[in-house]
Design a protein around this ligand. Sequence first.
Ligand SMILES: [Fe+2]
Length: 275
Amino acid sequence: MPKYKFLPLITAFAVAAGILTPLVIYDNLRFETVRYVISHKNLPAPFNGLRIVQLSDLHNNVFGEKQEKLLNAIKAEKPHIIVITGDLIDSDQTENAINLVKGAVKIAPCYYANGNHEIRTGRYLSEIKPALIRCGVKVLDDEKNYLEKDGEKIAVIGLSDLCGGEEDQRRALKTLAENEAFTLLLAHRPERFKLYSDCGVSLVFSGHAHGGQFRIPFTHQGVFSPGQGLFPRYTEGVFTRKSTKMTVTRGLGNQVIIPRLNNCFELVSVTLYKA
Ligand SMILES: [Fe+2]
């Protein structure tokens, strides 16, 4: 009966494909809004209740006509500010990313730090950055801006991936965060959490890991992410080290044609309180 030798294997493969295909399609077409309440002892009192929506790793993904579904979800959070933590795009096409930021700036002030995929295009400084600025986004390339309320202020710092080197980033961030009472940091790479913490940042917004691409069922454990390798630690959620907290989002898109599994796209909404 040699011709039936592979029948059990073929049957098992067909059953697995039949179960997984709808799940993969379902996971790669939807996003969920994940809300965190974060308290920090250094937050100036006037900023109690500050709501921040984070967008990351869109990779040109589309959610409705001109990003309508995503923009409606952002609006529903009633954010005071929106932070964008890189990888809005990853190819020649920028229309979907621009549609998103054009809508986002009408909801709240938008702050942006780039990711490795914008840099990889070779057109970040000549095209992408100017286009974002024209839309009204505050682009922070190793720069900072301030939110001010009732005589108090907090610094919003954007760390650029342009050089990409850890030591370059450490030098830049140390200078930017120095003497600031409370700092929000937009930094694409979560695997450098220790660096951000060493520089005394209060709250980091990060992405890049895409939730580990495939997540093991009934866990929050991802399988792989760039910069962290197999079974990465920082793929989603809130992390604490000394007086630094970091949110990591699973992001809103895929960088490669490999789909996600058990790992839908994510919009993060953070409300800050004084501890
Ligand atoms: Fe990404």
